[in-house]
Design a protein. Sequence first.
Length: 94
Amino acid sequence: MNRMTGESGCKGCREEYKVTGAQIERLLASPMFSSPELVVSNEIYEQRLAACAACPKLVSGVTCQACGCIIPVVAKLKQRGCPLPGGGLWQAVV
Protein backbone atom coordinates (compact mmCIF):
# COMPACT_ATOMS: atom_id res chain seq x y z
CA MET A 1 0.00 0.00 0.00
CA ASN A 2 1.21 3.46 -0.82
CA ARG A 3 1.32 5.29 2.51
CA MET A 4 1.09 8.68 0.86
CA THR A 5 -2.05 8.06 -1.17
CA GLY A 6 -3.62 5.16 0.75
CA GLU A 7 -3.88 3.19 -2.51
CA SER A 8 -3.08 -0.47 -2.71
CA GLY A 9 -0.16 -1.52 -4.91
CA CYS A 10 -2.00 -4.73 -5.75
CA LYS A 11 -4.19 -4.29 -8.81
CA GLY A 12 -6.41 -7.14 -7.59
CA CYS A 13 -7.33 -5.08 -4.56
CA ARG A 14 -8.78 -2.22 -6.60
CA GLU A 15 -12.55 -2.19 -7.13
CA GLU A 16 -12.40 -2.62 -10.91
CA TYR A 17 -10.56 -5.93 -10.50
CA LYS A 18 -12.67 -7.51 -7.76
CA VAL A 19 -14.37 -10.77 -8.63
CA THR A 20 -18.13 -10.69 -8.10
CA GLY A 21 -20.31 -13.39 -6.62
CA ALA A 22 -22.03 -13.72 -10.00
CA GLN A 23 -18.70 -14.38 -11.72
CA ILE A 24 -17.81 -17.04 -9.16
CA GLU A 25 -21.22 -18.68 -9.54
CA ARG A 26 -20.81 -18.71 -13.32
CA LEU A 27 -17.43 -20.43 -12.99
CA LEU A 28 -18.77 -23.00 -10.54
CA ALA A 29 -21.70 -23.74 -12.88
CA SER A 30 -19.33 -24.67 -15.73
CA PRO A 31 -19.11 -28.36 -16.76
CA MET A 32 -15.66 -28.76 -15.20
CA PHE A 33 -17.11 -28.24 -11.74
CA SER A 34 -19.74 -30.97 -12.16
CA SER A 35 -17.17 -33.73 -12.71
CA PRO A 36 -16.81 -35.99 -9.63
CA GLU A 37 -13.30 -36.85 -10.82
CA LEU A 38 -12.21 -33.23 -10.46
CA VAL A 39 -14.18 -31.76 -7.56
CA VAL A 40 -14.56 -32.51 -3.88
CA SER A 41 -17.88 -33.33 -2.24
CA ASN A 42 -20.04 -30.47 -0.97
CA GLU A 43 -19.15 -31.49 2.60
CA ILE A 44 -15.40 -31.16 1.97
CA TYR A 45 -15.96 -27.95 0.02
CA GLU A 46 -17.82 -26.39 2.94
CA GLN A 47 -15.07 -27.51 5.36
CA ARG A 48 -12.45 -25.89 3.13
CA LEU A 49 -14.42 -22.65 2.89
CA ALA A 50 -14.86 -22.58 6.68
CA ALA A 51 -11.12 -23.09 7.22
CA CYS A 52 -10.34 -20.25 4.83
CA ALA A 53 -12.96 -17.98 6.40
CA ALA A 54 -11.03 -18.19 9.68
CA CYS A 55 -7.67 -17.51 8.00
CA PRO A 56 -6.12 -14.03 8.27
CA LYS A 57 -4.82 -14.37 4.69
CA LEU A 58 -8.35 -14.31 3.23
CA VAL A 59 -9.11 -10.93 1.66
CA SER A 60 -12.70 -9.76 1.14
CA GLY A 61 -13.94 -13.32 1.71
CA VAL A 62 -12.66 -14.32 -1.72
CA THR A 63 -8.93 -13.97 -2.39
CA CYS A 64 -6.05 -15.79 -0.70
CA GLN A 65 -3.12 -13.47 -0.01
CA ALA A 66 -0.75 -16.46 0.13
CA CYS A 67 -1.30 -17.48 -3.50
CA GLY A 68 -3.72 -14.97 -5.08
CA CYS A 69 -6.30 -17.62 -5.88
CA ILE A 70 -10.07 -17.20 -5.72
CA ILE A 71 -10.94 -19.47 -2.79
CA PRO A 72 -14.57 -20.31 -3.69
CA VAL A 73 -13.25 -21.68 -6.98
CA VAL A 74 -10.05 -23.51 -6.02
CA ALA A 75 -11.52 -24.97 -2.82
CA LYS A 76 -13.82 -27.02 -5.05
CA LEU A 77 -10.91 -28.72 -6.89
CA LYS A 78 -9.57 -32.05 -5.62
CA GLN A 79 -6.05 -31.39 -6.86
CA ARG A 80 -5.65 -28.13 -4.94
CA GLY A 81 -4.48 -27.76 -1.38
CA CYS A 82 -4.11 -24.73 0.86
CA PRO A 83 -0.85 -22.93 0.00
CA LEU A 84 0.03 -21.74 3.49
CA PRO A 85 3.52 -22.78 4.61
CA GLY A 86 3.68 -25.69 7.01
CA GLY A 87 1.10 -27.90 5.33
CA GLY A 88 -1.78 -25.48 4.87
CA LEU A 89 -5.29 -25.57 6.28
CA TRP A 90 -6.54 -28.28 3.89
CA GLN A 91 -4.95 -30.83 1.61
CA ALA A 92 -5.47 -32.01 -1.94
CA VAL A 93 -7.63 -35.10 -2.31
CA VAL A 94 -5.74 -37.75 -4.20
